[in-house]
Design a protein around this ligand. Structure first.
Ligand SMILES: Cc1cc2nc3c(=O)[nH]c(=O)nc-3n(C[C@H](O)[C@H](O)[C@H](O)COP(=O)(O)OP(=O)(O)OC[C@H]3O[C@@H](n4cnc5c(N)ncnc54)[C@H](O)[C@@H]3O)c2cc1C
Length: 471
C-alpha cells in the first residue's frame, strides 16, 4: 500500500472534498486516531483525515484510494468501545461528520438520515415530527452510519429490537467507488440476496454507509419506571422470566448491583430510591393509557414480590423518572476513569445468573473488581474490566503490571463462559480491533472463512478498515 501523504495524492483529495477538508497536521490527526476504548496501546493517528460532504465525494475518495491501495477507515461519532474506527493500517480516516441531512416522511413513517447525523440530532428531529425511534445506544454522539454498521442495540432492544429492525434502506459506497441504493421505503422485499443486511453490522469493512432510510414508530403515550431491590442477584434475575410469562414486555429491563448504584449516586450527587439488598431490577414500562399502565405495573410488582423482592418503588412523575434514568444511564461515566474495557457478552437471558456468578469467581481468582450489570431482558451483560478496586466507598488503584497481567485471561475466561452458555462475545458493540483475537471462540472456521470470502468480493484490494473483525 502506498503512503497517503504524497503531495499529489493530497492535492487530488483536496480537489474532491475542497480546501480545509483534508487534514494532515499531526496535532489535528491525533483526534482521529481513537474511539472510546480506553487503552492508548491501540491508538494510531491516520496519515490524513478527509471530511466529505456528499455521497459523490465519498465515492470519488474511495475510487482514488482504491486505485492507489490506500487504506480507508470510516469514522462516525467515535463512541465505539472496541477500536473499530482506529486506522490500524494508517492511510485515510474518512469522517462522515459533515453529512448531516435529515428528512422526515410522515406519510411513510420513515426518516432519511445521512451518516453523520448524531443520535441526539436524530431523536430531536424525530420527536419534533411527532414520532419515536427506539434504539438507543447509551452515548448520544454516536452517528447514524456508525450505529448501523455496529448494529447498535441499547436497553430498549428487549421490546423494540436493535437498529437492524429499523433500517429499511441504505445508500452505501463500495470500495471501488460505486454508489449502491439498497432497499428503500419498503416494508417487504424478496428480491435477491439482501445486500443491505450484510452492511448492517459490517463495521466499515464492506462499504461506507452514506444515508439510511429508517422506520419510525408512534410515540409511546406513557412511560413509568420501577426500581425493585432484591437480596440477591439470583432472586432479581429469576424474576425476569416470570415477567415475560405474564405477557409483559418492558421497554427496558436492567439489573444493577448496589455498589455501582452507590458510586454513581456519589458521582452525580443524586439519590436512588432504595439502598436495600444486593441487586436491583430497573424496569421501564410503556403503555397507551393510565389503566393499562397500572395493570402492567401491578403485574410486574406482583411477579417481583412473589420472587422475594424487598420492595417496589415506582417513579411515576417526570422528575422521579429523570432521576433514576440519569443514574442508570450515567453509570459508565461514574466508572469511566477506572475502566479498561466494557464487555458486552450476550447469553440466553436465563443464563444471566450463572454467567454473572462465573464472572464473580473469575474476579476472585484474579483478584480484580469486575462490576457487572446490563440488559436482563435481552441477555446482554456488561462486565467492566477495571484498573481499580472499590473498597469502603472509594476507588483503590491496582498497579498497572497487575491489571495488565490479568486482562487477557479474564477476558478469555469470561468469553469462554458466555460461549459455553450458548452466547456470543458481542451483543452490541462489535468486534473491531480489541475483540478480534477472540472471534474464533465465537464463530466456527467455516463461518469466518465465508465472511472472508464476502470481504474479498466487496473489497478485493482490502482497503476498507483493514485489520478489523478478522485479519
Ligand atoms: C457510554 C457509552 C455507552 C454505550 N452504550 C451502548 C449501548 O447501549 N448499545 C450499543 O449498541 N452500543 C453502545 N455503545 C457503543 C457505541 O456507542 C456504538 O457502538 C455506536 O453504534 C457507535 O457509533 P459511532 O458513530 O460512534 O461509530 P464509530 O465509533 O465512529 O465507529 C464504529 C465502527 O463503525 C464504522 N463506521 C462508522 N461510520 C461508518 C459509516 N458511515 N460507514 C461505514 N462504517 C462506518 C467504523 O469504521 C467502526 O468500525 C456505547 C458507548 C459508550 C461510550
Amino acid at each position: 500500500m502506498m503512503t497517503a501523504r504524497r503531495p499529489e495524492f493530497i492535492d487530488a483529495l483536496t480537489g474532491i472534498v475542497g480546501a480545509g477538508q483534508v487534514l494532515s497536521d499531526p496535532d489535528c490527526l491525533e483526534a482521529y486516531g481513537h474511539d472510546e476504548f480506553s487503552l492508548k496501546d491501540i491508538r494510531r493517528s491516520p496519515d490524513l483525515a478527509v471530511r466529505p460532504r456528499t455521497a459523490a465525494e465519498v465515492a470519488a475518495v474511495l475510487k482514488l484510494a482504491n486505485e492507489h491501495g490506500v487504506p480507508v477507515t470510516p469514522r462516525g461519532g467515535a463512541t465505539g468501545l472496541c477500536g473499530g474506527c482506529v486506522p490500524a493500517a494508517g492511510g485515510i480516516v474518512l469522517s462522515l461528520e459533515r453529512m448531516k441531512g435529515i428528512v422526515i416522511d410522515p406519510a411513510n413513517q420513515m426518516a432519511e438520515a445521512e451518516a453523520g447525523v448524531t443520535l441526539i440530532e436524530f431523536e430531536k428531529a424525530v420527536d419534533e415530527a411527532g414520532f419515536n425511534f427506539p434504539p438507543h445506544p447509551g452515548e448520544e454522539s454516536a452517528m447514524i452510519g456508525g450505529m448501523i454498521v455496529t448494529n447498535a442495540g441499547g436497553s430498549r432492544a428487549v421490546k423494540y429490537g436493535v437498529i437492524r429492525n429499523y433500517v429499511r434502506g441504505l445508500e452505501v459506497v463500495t470500495a471501488a467507488g460505486d454508489i449502491l441504493n439498497l432497499g428503500g421505503k419498503l416494508i417487504k422485499s424478496s428480491t435477491g440476496y439482501s445486500l443491505m443486511h450484510l452492511f448492517i453490522g459490517s463495521e466499515g469493512t464492506l462499504g461506507v454507509v452514506t444515508k439510511a432510510v429508517i422506520q419510525l414508530r408512534a410515540k409511546p403515550a406513557l412511560t413509568r419506571s420501577l426500581v425493585i431491590p432484591f437480596e440477591t442477584l439470583d432472586a432479581a434475575v429469576e424474576t425476569v422470566p416470570e415477567i415475560f410469562r405474564r405477557d409483559i414486555v418492558p421497554l427496558a429491563l436492567e439489573f444493577v448491583p448496589l455498589d455501582v448504584i452507590r458510586l454513581t449516586e456519589a458521582h452525580l450527587q443524586r439519590t436512588w430510591p432504595s439502598h436495600d439488598g444486593e441487586t436491583h431490577l430497573f424496569v421501564i414500562l410503556d403503555a397507551a393509557s393510565e389503566d393499562e399502565m397500572d395493570r402492567l405495573s401491578e403485574s410486574v410488582a406482583e411477579a417481583a414480590l412473589e420472587r422475594g423482592a424487598l420492595d417496589v418503588f415506582i417513579a411515576d412523575t417526570a422528575a422521579k423518572q429523570d432521576n433514576v434514568l440519569a443514574i442508570r444511564s450515567r453509570m459508565y461515566e461514574a466508572l469511566k476513569a477506572e475502566t479498561i474495557e466494557i464487555l458486552d457478552v450476550c447469553v440466553p437471558r436465563a443464563e444471566i445468573p450463572g454467567h454473572v456468578k462465573r464472572v464473580s469467581e473469575i474476579a476472585a481468582k484474579y483478584g480484580v473488581w469486575l462490576p457487572t450489570f446490563g440488559h436482563a431482558g435481552d441477555g446482554n451483560v456488561h462486565t467492566h474490566l477495571m484498573k481499580a478496586r472499590y473498597e469502603n466507598g472509594r476507588f483503590v488503584p491496582v498497579p498497572e503490571a497487575e491489571w495488565r497481567a490479568a486482562l487477557e485471561p479474564v477476558r478469555a475466561e469470561i468469553y469462554a463462559d458466555g460461549m459455553a452458555r450458548g452466547g456470543v462475545i458481542s451483543g452490541e458493540h462489535g468486534i473491531g480491533l480489541v475483540k478480534k483475537p477472540y472471534l474464533a471462540m465465537s464463530l466456527s472456521p467455516a463461518q469466518v472463512e465465508l465472511m472472508r470470502g464476502i470481504k474479498r468480493v466487496f473489497d478485493p484490494r482490502g482497503i476498507l478498515n483493514p485489520g478489523k473483525i478478522f485479519d
